[in-house]
Each structure stands twice: as C-alpha cells, then as structure tokens.
Design a protein around this ligand. Structure first.
Ligand code: HEC
Ligand code: HEC
Ligand code: HEC
Ligand code: HEC
Length: 104
C-alpha cells in the first residue's frame, strides 16, 4: 500500500509541475537569424534564473519581447537579447561566443 501511495503522490506532483510549466510560457523559443538559428530553452533558463522578471522586465503578461523591441517602440530585440543573454552568460561562466547560440 505504502509504495503505491508514494507513486500516486509523486505522479500528482509531476502533473502539477507540468501545469506550472505550461502556464510559465513556452518550453523552447526558436529565433531565426541570418547568423544562425538560436534555440532558447525557456524552461531550463527559467530554472537557472529563478525569477521571470529578470527577463520579462515589465511583467510576464506583456507579451513577447519582440512585440515592443521592434525598433520603433523600443530598441530592436537583437540588441537587447545580446545584452540580456550574453551578460548573464559571461557572469555565469557560460559561453558567449557567437556559435554557442547561433547554430547553422
Ligand atoms: C547568448 C546567445 C547569443 C550569442 C552569444 C550571440 N547571439 Fe546574436 N542573437 C541572439 C538572439 C536571441 C538574437 C535575436 C534574434 C531575433 O531578433 O529574432 C540574435 C540576433 C543576432 C543578429 C540579428 C539577426 C539577423 O540575422 O538579422 C545578428 C547579426 C547576430 N545576432 C550576430 C551575433 C554575433 C556576430 C555574435 C558573436 C559576436 C552573436 N550574435 C552572439 C543570441 C545570441
Ligand atoms: C532568461 C530569460 C527568461 C526568463 C527567466 C523567463 N523568460 Fe519567458 N521568455 C523569454 C524570451 C526570450 C521569450 C521569447 C520572446 C519573444 O519571442 O520575443 C519568452 C517568452 C515567454 C512567453 C511567450 C510570449 C508571450 O507572452 O506570448 C511567456 C508567456 C513567458 N515567456 C512567460 C514566462 C514566465 C511565466 C516566466 C517565469 C516562470 C518566464 N517567462 C521566464 C525569456 C525569459
Ligand atoms: C511592453 C513592451 C516591452 C516588452 C514586452 C519588453 N520590453 Fe524591454 N523595454 C521596453 C522599453 C520601452 C524599454 C526602454 C527603452 C529601450 O531601452 O529601448 C525596454 C528596455 C529593455 C532593456 C534595457 C534595460 C537596460 O538597462 O538597458 C532590456 C535589456 C530589455 N528591455 C529586454 C527585454 C526582454 C529580454 C524582453 C522579453 C523577455 C522585453 N524586454 C520585453 C519595452 C518592452
Ligand atoms: C541569468 C542567466 C542567463 C540568461 C539571462 C540567459 N542565459 Fe543562456 N545559459 C545560461 C547558463 C548558466 C547556461 C548553461 C551553460 C552550461 O551548461 O554550461 C546557458 C545555456 C544556454 C544555451 C545552451 C543550451 C542550454 O540551454 O543549455 C543557449 C543556446 C542559451 N543559453 C541561449 C540563451 C539566449 C538566447 C538567452 C537570451 C534570450 C539566454 N541564453 C539568456 C544562463 C543564462
């Protein structure tokens, strides 16, 4: 009885985790770029960063970065992504060389 109950509880917890992830945005975001495609793992990055607002600086309900960062309402996302993404990669000891993110 005990092991079955434990498995049931674990399964419930996994379901809840999946729901939280589903509500927390996409699993992966793909940016097509001339320099090479960037595959951004949203889920693992959130685990690394902890707070959504570290990237979604004006709240997670404001839509994708590129909605505003299109070069008219705010500076183009390319410039911003290079600041946000690469600065952290530098401080966390992850690579910030071009082809770490841009893959052909
Ligand atoms: C940490 C990840 C990361 C690194 C490192 C990085 N980039 Fe990017 N880059 C991106 C993302 C994300 C975009 C945004 C794509 C978009 O706007 O849709 C981008 C966009 C670009 C674009 C504009 C997209 C296009 O094709 O018009 C160019 C050019 C570019 N990067 C060049 C570079 C060069 C050169 C380097 C190395 C010095 C570099 N990047 C390093 C993540 C990175
Ligand atoms: C390391 C940076 C980073 C963190 C941390 C992060 N996100 Fe994101 N998120 C992004 C990027 C980049 C995109 C893609 C934006 C685009 O396509 O222009 C995105 C996209 C999204 C989207 C889809 C875009 C939209 O609004 O339609 C949602 C929803 C979202 N994130 C929610 C969250 C939530 C909730 C958290 C915290 C649990 C979180 N994000 C943490 C960087 C991050
Ligand atoms: C609702 C509109 C909006 C959304 C969505 C948005 N931004 Fe911004 N962001 C702005 C504005 C406006 C500024 C200030 C003007 C500028 O720097 O171009 C800004 C500034 C920034 C800055 C500069 C901060 C600094 O200290 O220099 C970064 C980096 C940035 N945004 C990254 C992001 C990322 C990453 C996302 C998505 C996860 C995002 N933004 C989503 C509107 C937005
Ligand atoms: C707050 C810190 C932080 C931010 C912001 C961040 N990253 Fe990362 N990223 C990391 C760390 C840490 C790793 C892990 C490197 C390793 O495994 O050694 C990583 C790994 C990666 C990888 C390799 C695959 C993976 O997920 O392990 C890619 C591609 C990447 N990041 C792209 C991006 C892009 C694009 C952005 C901006 C939209 C971004 N990162 C923003 C910390 C960050």
């Amino acid at each position: 009885m005990r092991p079955a109950l434990t498995i049931l509880i674990i399964m419930c917890m996994l379901c809840m985790a999946a729901l939280v992830i589903a509500a927390g945005g996409p699993d992966k975001v793909v940016f097509e770029a001339k320099k090479g495609t960037v595959r951004f793992d949203h889920t693992t990055h959130h685990d690394r960063v902890g707070e959504c607002e570290k990237c979604h600086h004006n709240g997670v309900d404001k839509g994708p970065c590129r909605k505003c960062h299109d070069g008219s309402k705010a500076e183009r996302f390319m410039r911003k992504s290079h600041i946000v993404c690469r600065n952290c990669h530098k401080t966390r000891g992850a690579s910030s060389s071009c082809n770490f993110c841009h893959q052909k």
